[in-house]
Design a protein around this ligand. Sequence first.
Ligand code: ADP
Ligand code: MG
Length: 697
Amino acid sequence: MANVPEMFGSMVFNDKKMQERLPLTTYKALKKTVKNGEPLDISVANAVANAMKEWAVEMGCTHYTHWFQPMTGVTAEKHDSFIYPVDDGQIIMEFSGKELIKGEPDASSFPSGGIRATFEARGYTTWDPTSPAFIRDKTLYIPTAFCSYTGEILDKKTPLLRSMERLSSVAVKVLHLLGKTDVTRVTTTVGPEQEYFLIDKKVYDKRPDLIFTGRTLFGAPAPKGQELEDHYFGSIKTRVAAFMNDLDEELWKLGIFAKTKHNEVAPSQHELAPIFETSNIATDHNELTMEVMKKTAEKHGLVCLLHEKPFAGVNGSGKHNNWSISTNTGENLLDPGKNPENNLQFQLFLAAIVKAVHEYQDLLRITVASAGNDHRLGANEAPPAIISMYLGDDLGAMVDSIINGGEYKSALKKEMLTGVDVLPDFKKDTSDRNRTSPFAFTGNKFEFRALGSSLNIGCPNYMLNTMVAEELSQFYDELVNADDLETALKALVKKTLTEHQNIIFNGDNYSDEWVKEAEKRGLCNYRSVPEAFEHYIDRKNIDLFVKNGILNEPEILARYEIELEQYAKEIRIEALTMVEMAEKNILPSVISFVKELADTAIAKKTLSATYSVYTETTLIETLSSECEAFAKKTEELKRAVENAVNYRSDSLTLAKYYRNTVFALMNELRETGDSMEKKTSAKYWPYPSYGEILFGV
Ligand code: ADP
Ligand code: MG
């Protein structure tokens, strides 16, 4: 085993390397840019570019790439070599400040939601000096933001950076008002817990549905699923452990704080949690983590599935977005401290978050909406589509006492007695775990649990930052001219919590009663992408982004278009894949099996008319009728996809058509297919079964 501290960050142009390789003045100028968001001088950029290149070349690199996060949902890169021609056909390795700062990928093939016609295809990538450059596969990767020639934002990173700035400036003003004048900057921090499936490459290669869509579109349940609860935190299999060790090393080299790994609830499902970082770097690192997971799996003859619901009937995969806000003086603003009942600053930030989550619950739901996540949220599994907040017994009691008056008794101070002398007693966490809540307070941070496993966390985080910034700025306006700040603050907290307490729910989020209760409380319950995205462009949401300088109206409309189009495309690909699997393999296989049954029956009868052919004929009968239904449904699904052209008037109509017609037919087709799989001989069934896939590693 390598020396971990030495290996950590070895592939990153991190602070230590900058200090070693940059002239002190350059280093200081760069730090200023990163810390205070000040503009960067070209001479500084030149010096940084040169130092980066020297290091990269020493490490064996020949190329660099601007690495960005367009609206496709995956990262993008275009590689340029460092070569630069000099006299007599010779070259040198060169990298200028201009090349570091600005790249010009052709933007025409990235989704723009109609912002940019293809004839004005130019796009720019701009260096993000707040996220360190790193090396992968002999290439220097430079994290960048991506925008169009005319300046419209085309990526997921820029709004995040803007939201962090915005939240910082507002929070600093509020803190100054409260007397914390030494605070000059506030940052949001994120620790994303990443779930994934790991399956054998050999079975994966035999499943076109996994290859084309990332999930199984057919598949009867295996005799065993997750009901024994023996996989969660279970001992890790040798092959998986080898993958995980390799993954940890790769991530550590890239400066990613991979910390916790364990088996998850479903068979073949696992989780990796890093230590938290500032939102921007956490986002880059989560994107990298997902990429490295996939590549590392390949090396082990495995495939890493990041789809939200690869398998029906067992849990899908999500991502828990642990989120907090802290100051440059080292204070976590979401830490309630020992006496939250007297901690007015904490109460104010808590009230801002409660109000934000209540007023923009639709945006939080929208930001996690995707075709894949529709199988989880609002279906029969982990967090419901209804956004609510869990505060736990302790904070819940405090909020109660603020709203209703009356004494607050902390649950916090209770010790946990293990009752075994050799085991140490320990303090209970401030909040118990409520695994069913989509937005839960967990001691000194909130855990937003509704994210799908493949989601770029930039989006939920810029929404979160922006909505909290908005509430804090309203609070600031209300408090800034108060005669008696303490009285005004207490009144504001009480008023806010009273008006927005409907978003707080500490019970079981999976229960039917909650669905009814939430409806009574007027909370939204959007079950699918089209239902949710319809509200993305509600006036109040557009106003939020525009007012806070995160996105302008055309950019918001573009995002709305892109997401709905993306949804329609994904469902279309799934439907076409199903049709192909049905026609090319499932139907012919079942027919062959039926033929074998018929041949057997005839052969038996030829031998002797007294032989029973009951088994054969019963199976022939059921399979034949199922086959017929299956063929008809396949035809229907094919026609439904063709008919989609009639619903292209606007992207919402189209998305709704795909949801209500195409997706509904897919579910019906699958049901018949799975029923046939159960009855068809394994010798004939063309695809590896759930049992083979889920228990094969
Ligand atoms: P829990 O047991 O509540 O899940 P952990 O300590 O295991 O909490 O942390 C879960 C995740 O939350 C980790 O990724 C961790 O780094 C992250 N986390 C902890 N503190 C913070 C914070 N202040 N801001 C953001 N994320 C945090
Ligand atoms: Mg957790």
